[in-house]
Design a protein. Structure first.
Lengths: 263, 501
């Protein structure tokens, strides 16, 4: 794996650790005013303070948590649901496969982000509403990948041999079919994290994420745009964090893809 | 002869080349309608009042009442009959002269119960026009605040026969007035592109002083960032509202500001039907939301702690409201109540400022152990808050404006049982009785004392919390003068008086 991509994979683990350990890592409570508003970055407040006087570093660490962990949840639900649908179609074949394939295509062609925005607006802003609604639209690509991979593997000699020796049902799927689809699934999911982060940030930018004063990165940028020319660090730093998360996830995905090719 | 011809040519050329005087103003929102009877508007109020004129108005910079379409007036000794002598030589925009019969026809329209602002004339018993220049209103009972109601920014303003007769259309002319105007004001509506711009042009037949500007262009620019950039580039001349307070101290060169205390008051409305039903907990929360903790951070030098539940431009209370100061006691009260989670709502009308106040409150509430979140309430849902008290926020913060400068209009709109903006259904029969009594007092010092007693009563009930008097700040390009701002006229300059040096 190239060195940059390897570093990105390591960064993913670090980001996940930071997200999980935010309450212990953050230098202050992200909701409490700890200093005067608009303190620029300094040795005392590394990332400065925001328009309320809250520590920007603390809010960024919590912001990563509120962006990163929900992204992983959306991906996990998408992979799980997509795998179920893909495997069911590939194994059952015939009418069931045809119906599931059309259903998958239907979800792919509808403008999912717009519908998700409308659904979250109707349900009311909230991080879990966003996660649930996004998950509803995030499985079809995984279903399509798994279905294709499983169908291809099912025609290979080792799967044929397993069937002839009487292996059926879940054992056949879990032991002989699904493992072949996992590398592609893993690479796709890693690359997809970047997309989920962007969409989640869009939701929070539009005020459809966690209710304020939750330190969501997109919302932090959106709310402080009028400070762009006077207190640049308040809108810029969360935006840079989103950018870094997306780039890291993409590089890590590329790294995993390179690794899987060599395996 | 040849020289004379050249001079005439030069004069003609000069006359044609005289540039049109145009004032460009940024509006943060679209205007619902310019129909003075059909909606309570804030954005567009300044345009409406140069299209239409009422009988009386507040003088610039004061809450003193002066004549407008009425040259003078008398009030009968029993306080029931108001007789207005109308100004001579007033014409509507279509050229027809205005008579008392037109004013009467218009006031009859205003009283129609389907129009949302008909309540201004609720206390009117009868109206008449005994001669072409006299208009008489008789009240059912004395109303010391009646003249203030007629001077209100949302007061009746006379609409002409083009709307009320020619285009009445079976709906009192409401449909026609959505896109047209026919008043007596110094400007006429020339162009109306909803969501983009409105253009007013000078009325050549205006009865009063000729305005300096030939043309007013009102541009809809929804974001304040864009408004600020346009102001700096000279694409607009005025940003009437919403310039961030934290940037007012370092305005770019070429920009100036006008700041004055309006009749608006920043208030917190407490929902006593949910988590804050317990008086001890309510007092703890009130201690934490004390504006002393956040006022300067939010508004800089452009606000002062509220002195009562009446804006200081209405009643100058003796001293700032005294909040409970013992935060340790507040902490103990919260601890005794168990985990307390509350929600703070704020109006989307001034979202950046209100959200900032709410988030300061969240921080302070956390210090006494209360977990709070904030959410936006669209302004068109404000009046229906009272219908869903169980799902409403526990605290709602907003800067709201009474109808006029008389304190009865503040009490009647916000605090009395069933009042239109009594968002959480507060009701106190004792207060209603005090309000009815205060509403009849004509001596100003006595009147103000009575209303300050009402303020103390409501504050001790923990229903409405006066937070701050916040200055209306208008940012404009240097060179403009005579802005004609008025405390009772929010977010507005007077296009009839404003000029460029």
């Amino acid at each position: 794996m190239p060195r940059l991509e390897a570093a990105a994979v390591c960064m993913l683990f670090v980001i996940t650790l930071v997200a999980m350990a935010a309450p212990w890592l953050a230098p202050a409570d992200p909701v409490l005013k700890i200093a005067a508003p608009f303190e620029p970055p300094s040795l005392t407040y590394l990332f400065g303070t925001d328009e309320i006087g809250r520590d920007m570093l603390a809010r960024m660490i919590y912001g990563v948590r509120l962006t990163w962990l929900p992204s992983l949840v959306v991906i996990a639900i998408g992979v799980f649901a997509g795998t179920l649908v893909g495997v069911a179609g590939a194994v059952a074949g015939g009418l069931v496969d045809a119906i599931l394939a059309r259903l998958t295509e239907l979800f792919i062609v509808i403008p999912s982000t717009m519908i998700a925005l409308a659904a979250v607006a109707a349900l009311g802003p909230g991080i879990w509403h966003t996660v649930v609604v996004m998950s509803v639209f995030w499985w079809p690509w995984y279903a399509r990948i798994v279905r294709g991979e499983v169908k291809a593997v099912a025609a290979r000699p080792h799967a044929e041999a397993a069937r002839l020796s009487g292996v059926r049902g879940p054992r056949l799927v879990l032991r002989y079919l699904l493992p072949a689809a996992l590398p592609t699934l893993l690479v796709t999911a890693t690359l997809d994290v970047a997309n989920v982060i962007l969409v989640l940030s869009l939701f929070s930018f539009l005020g459809l994420g966690a209710p304020a004063p939750s330190p969501e990165l997109g919302a932090m940028t959106a709310r402080s745009l009028s400070s762009l020319t006077t207190h640049w660090w308040i809108p810029i730093l969360p935006a840079v964090a989103i950018f870094m998360l997306v780039v890291t996830a993409n590089l890590a995905g590329d790294g995993l893809r390179a690794l899987m090719k060599n395996v | 002869m040849r020289w004379l011809a050249i001079l005439l040519l030069l004069y003609a050329f000069g006359a044609h080349a005289a540039p049109e005087k145009v004032l460009r103003v940024a509006y943060g929102d679209d205007v619902a309608t310019f129909d003075p009877d059909d909606a309570i508007i804030l954005v567009g109020l300044d345009a409406e009042r140069v299209l239409y004129e009422g009988l009386v108005q507040y003088r610039p910079g004061t809450t003193e009442i002066a004549g407008w379409l009425a040259e003078s007036w008398t009030i009968s000794s029993d306080g029931l009959t108001y007789s207005f002598t109308l100004r001579d030589g007033v014409t509507f925009h279509d050229g027809r002269p205005m008579t008392a019969a037109d004013v009467l026809a218009y006031f009859e329209r205003r009283r129609h119960p389907t129009l949302p602002l008909s309540y201004f004339l609720d206390g009117v018993d009868s109206m008449s026009a005994p001669d072409p220049r006299t208009f008489v209103i008789r009240l059912k009972a004395p109303q010391p605040a009646f003249l203030d109601r007629l001077a209100s920014p949302w007061a009746p303003k006379v609409i002409g026969p083009a709307a009320l007769i020619d285009h009445e259309g079976g709906d009192l002319g409401v449909s026609w007035l959505n896109d047209h105007a026919d008043g007596t004001g110094p400007f006429m509506l020339a162009e109306m592109v909803r969501g983009q711009r409105y253009v007013l042009v000078r009325n050549p037949h205006y009865w009063g002083p000729r305005p300096y500007f030939d043309r007013i262009e009102l541009l809809i620019v929804p974001t304040i960032n864009q408004q600020m950039l346009m102001l700096q580039r000279g694409e607009v001349d005025i940003v009437e509202h919403g310039y961030p307070f934290d940037q007012l101290g370092r305005l770019p060169s070429g920009l100036k500001l006008d700041a004055h205390y309006p009749l608006g008051l920043e208030m917190a409305y407490i929902n006593q039907n949910r988590a804050l039903h317990d008086p001890a907990l309510r007092q703890a929360v009130i201690a934490a939301i004390n504006p002393a903790y956040w006022l300067h951070d939010v508004f800089g030098d452009f606000a002062a702690p509220a002195r009562s539940l009446y804006p200081k431009a209405m009643i100058a209370g003796p001293a700032p409201v005294s909040f409970p100061a013992d935060l340790d006691a507040a902490r103990r009260a919260v601890a005794a109540a168990g985990p307390v989670k509350i929600e703070i709502g704020f109006t989307d009308q001034e979202a950046p400022v209100q959200q900032r106040i709410a988030e300061f409150m969240v921080s302070q509430l956390k210090r006494i152990g209360v977990t709070a979140t904030v959410r936006t309430i669209p302004i068109d849902q404000e009046s229906s808050l009272v219908d869903r008290l169980d799902s409403d926020p526990d605290i709602f913060i907003a800067e709201n404006y009474p109808d006029a400068a008389h304190p009865a209009t503040q009490t009647g709109v916000f605090f009395e049982t069933g009042a239109a903006l009594n968002f959480f259904g507060y009701s106190n029969p004792k207060l209603d009785a005090m309000s009815a009594e205060a509403g009849q007092i004509t001596s100003l010092p006595e009147r103000d004392r009575a209303y300050l007693a009402i303020s103390d009563q409501i504050f001790s009930d923990g229903a409405f919390i006066p937070l701050a008097d916040v200055e209306d700040v208008i940012v404009y390009r240097a060179g403009l003068t005579d802005l004609g701002t008025r405390p009772a006229l929010p977010w507005a300059v007077d296009y009839a008086t404003i000029r460029r040096e």
